[in-house]
Every structure is written in C-alpha cells, then in structure tokens.
Ligand binder design. Sequence first.
Ligand code: GCU
Ligand code: CA
Length: 135
Amino acid sequence: TQTRYEAENAVCDGTIDSNHAGFSGTGFCNTTNATGSYVEWTVTVPAAGSYTLAFRYANGSTSGRRADVRIGGTATAQLDFPPTGAWTQWSTATTTATLPAGTSRIRVAALTSGGTANLDRLDLSGGGTSTIVDV
Ligand code: GCU
Ligand code: CA
C-alpha cells in the first residue's frame, strides 16, 4: 500500500505556497531559506519494517538543496534534492527507512543555507518484514 501525506498537512517551517504550478493537493511547503529549516510529517504504519519514502519536490535554484532525513529526531539518511530546472518542475527523491509500528515523525531538514527544496508531499510505501526461506 502507499499512503500520501501532503506537505500542507505537515508542519512547515516556512509558508504553504501555491504560486508554482504542478503540486498535488492545495500547495507545497516553501521552507525558510536557512540551514535546519524543515518539513515534518507525522506518519502511522501498521507494522514495523522497511518503508520507501518518496519526497516530491521542486528546486528551481542552480544548486542542490541537500537535507537530512530524520526519523523521530535521528538522522537516518541524506538526500541531495538536485535542481529540477524550474520551480514548476517537480521530481521525486527517494530513500528507505526502518519504521516502528505506530506513529513516527519524519523530518526533512536543510543542510544548506538555501533551506530545503520546495516540498510537495511524502508518499510512504512498503513495510512489513521479509524472511528468506531456504528450500
Ligand atoms: C524562490 C521561489 C520559492 C523558493 C525560493 C528558494 O523565492 O519562488 O518558491 O522556495 O526561491 O530559493 O527557496
Ligand atoms: Ca524556500
């Protein structure tokens, strides 16, 4: 299954804007252009396991907007969020994370003074555990 979490329903350390077309829902989060600025989603999953986190974003600047992915306050990955060519051109940056059953906070926190890319949503998929059966 896949669950869609729009940035306009998350905590946005900046403003929810709608001036650059192509977003889903009613807008996207334009974080403050500063290191540490963030979007934080609260997600709920039924089972502990490995999940795919797909962040839809636009970066109309000419440099990457590198960011930490933090799960419950702990940085577990970094993503580059490279330029997409225009603020109206949206792309997806993906990573995986192990989540516990229940509720987790997932934060994308800027590692550069530009802040994060404009963030449209988080699509969460996967989960559960896999076992190797030796036949
Ligand atoms: C522009 C753009 C914003 C973006 C910002 C930035 O102002 O309109 O949507 O967030 O650049 O550099 O982060
Ligand atoms: Ca911004």
